[in-house]
Structure formats: structure tokens, C-alpha cells
Design a protein around this ligand. Structure first.
Ligand SMILES: NC(=O)c1ccc[n+]([C@@H]2O[C@H](COP(=O)([O-])OP(=O)(O)OC[C@H]3O[C@@H](n4cnc5c(N)ncnc54)[C@H](O)[C@@H]3O)[C@@H](O)[C@H]2O)c1
Length: 251
């Protein structure tokens, strides 16, 4: 019998890489995503379950968490990769975009963590929650008002959950990726933006999703048994430097 992990946003980018990595590490994995086309492209494996879920829908999240908890030895980890960015200069932010960003990145993370923690508490076996934030949640960056606010809130939420759930053996950590080669980034960043970003990264390149997934898998699994309430940057050293000053980026 294997442990089960739930990965939201598991059909693309960092989430998909995490699904693959957790599978390699011996987990049964439920990949929850709202994109049915991307879900259909998941690797075929009897330890992967694809679930069409919108993380902003409380009932859908509770149902998929319950489903994951019925597999193997029950739910051992949740990784909240589902997220989106709508970038614009702060004074131009569309309030509907702001609300949607908060709803997916913060409320979606909260719903998955809460539903999972309740199950883990019932079983009494502890567990691990890994939230996905961003370097944008750690410092200001032009055109990131909605996104940075949502990701900064994930930092605060992660710390609170770590304090409240620690006594029950449930660890809660946050991964803060920097620029990572995923479909979302490829679609959003034209070449001149990429050059500015790379100049601000000491390792002088974007991360591969598998590199971020390796840190996520470490935090999800037993090797990190005494780690909780932490933020783990996977940013090529970006947070050690002064950051970038973005020219025209668009939305
Ligand atoms: N790629 C980067 O450079 C980067 C940097 C920092 C942080 N992040 C964060 O990492 C996470 C993953 O990003 P990515 O680049 O892999 O993006 P991605 O677009 O490749 O994957 C995100 C997935 O989330 C899903 N999703 C979006 N809204 C959803 C919802 N309401 N319900 C269920 N699923 C939903 C999408 O369908 C998609 O499959 C996000 O939280 C993002 O903010 C990414």
C-alpha cells in the first residue's frame, strides 16, 4: 500500500513535474486540475488519478480530498500548485482580475489545505502540506500587485497553518519558485522580458519544473520530518540579489 498525495494544478508546469516526481518517489498521486485537456495528457499509470477540479469550488475540493484519502494508506501530502497571474501596473489592475487571482491563489490554497488537514487529523497519522508561492510574494515587483498580494498571503497562511497543525504532526511549508520554464511563463513573457529576468538571476537561467518538483517532493516526504513553517526558495539565487526593473511587460 502506498501513500497518496494530492497535487492541485497537477496537469501542467510545476504541478505536472511534481506529479511525475512523486510517482517516482513511490506515491499514489491524484492530479487535480480544472483543465480537462491537460488532464488527458497525464502519464498513463495505475498510480495516477486525474480529477477535474476547480480549486475555488469548496465542494469540489472536499470531494477530491476525500477521494484521495480513500486511496492506498490515505492522504499523506497535498501540494497546491494551482495558480494564475494577471500582471498589470497597479493603477491599471482590473478588480475582477484581482478578485480572481486572490480566489485561485489564496482561497484555492486555503480550501485544499483545510480539507486535507481535517482528513489528516481524523486519521491521526500526520501529513505534509506544501503551498506554492513565488518570489513575488516575498518582495515588491512591478506589475505584480494582484499576484504578489495573493502569494504574500499564502506565506502568512502557511505560517499560521504550521503553528496550528504542528502539534498534530502535520507539517506545512511553502515553496517560492523564481522564474521557471512552464507553459504559463512561455505564454506570458516575450524575449525582452526573459532577458531582464535572467539578468537578475545569479544562476543566469530559468528553472526547469523538475528542479522545483525535487524540493517539493523533499518537503512532502519523510526526509523533511522536522521542517515546518518554512519558505524554500527555488529561484537560482534571485532573492539574494536586487531583483529587476521591468520595462514594458504588458499583461
Ligand atoms: N512558472 C513560474 O515561473 C512560476 C514562478 C513562481 C511561482 N509559480 C507558481 O507555481 C504554480 C504553478 O505555475 P506554473 O507555471 O506551473 O503554471 P501552469 O499554468 O503551467 O500550471 C498551473 C495549473 O493550474 C491550473 N489551474 C489554474 N486555475 C485553477 C483552478 N481554479 N482550479 C484548478 N486548477 C487550476 C491550470 O489549469 C494549470 O494546469 C502557480 O501557483 C504559480 O503562481 C510559477
Amino acid at each position: 500500500m502506498t501513500r497518496t498525495a494530492l497535487v492541485t494544478g497537477g496537469a501542467s508546469g510545476i504541478g505536472l513535474a511534481t506529479v511525475r516526481r512523486l510517482l517516482d518517489d513511490g506515491w499514489t498521486v491524484v492530479a487535480a486540475d480544472r483543465d480537462p485537456v491537460a488532464l488527458a495528457g497525464l502519464p498513463v499509470d495505475d498510480r495516477i488519478v486525474a480529477a477535474e477540479v476547480d480549486v475555488t469550488d469548496e465542494r469540489q475540493v472536499e470531494d477530491v480530498v476525500a477521494r484521495a484519502d480513500q486511496l492506498g494508506t490515505g492522504l499523506g501530502a497535498v501540494v497546491t500548485c494551482a495558480g494564475l497571474a494577471r500582471n498589470a501596473p497597479a493603477l491599471d489592475v482590473d478588480v475582477a482580475d484581482l478578485r480572481m487571482t486572490i480566489e485561485v491563489n489564496l482561497v484555492g490554497t486555503f480550501l485544499a489545505c483545510r480539507a486535507a488537514a481535517r482528513r489528516m487529523l481524523d486519521r491521526g497519522h500526520g501529513g505534509s502540506l506544501v503551498t506554492i508561492s513565488s518570489v513575488s510574494g516575498l518582495r515588491g515587483g512591478a506589475h505584480r500587485a494582484a499576484y504578489a498580494a495573493s502569494k504574500g498571503a499564502v506565506l502568512a497562511l502557511t505560517r499560521v497553518l504550521a503553528v496550528e497543525l504542528g502539534p498534530a504532526g502535520i507539517r506545512v511549508n511553502r515553496v517560492a519558485p523564481g522564474a521557471t520554464e512552464t507553459p504559463a511563463i512561455a505564454a506570458a513573457q516575450p524575449p525582452h522580458v526573459r532577458r531582464v529576468v535572467i539578468d537578475a538571476i545569479p544562476l543566469a537561467r530559468y528553472a526547469q519544473p523538475s528542479e522545483t518538483a525535487a524540493v517539493i517532493a523533499f518537503l512532502a516526504g519523510p526526509e523533511s520530518a522536522f521542517v515546518t513553517g518554512q519558505t524554500w526558495g527555488v529561484d537560482g539565487g534571485q532573492m539574494a540579489g536586487p531583483g529587476w526593473r521591468m520595462p514594458e511587460e504588458g499583461r
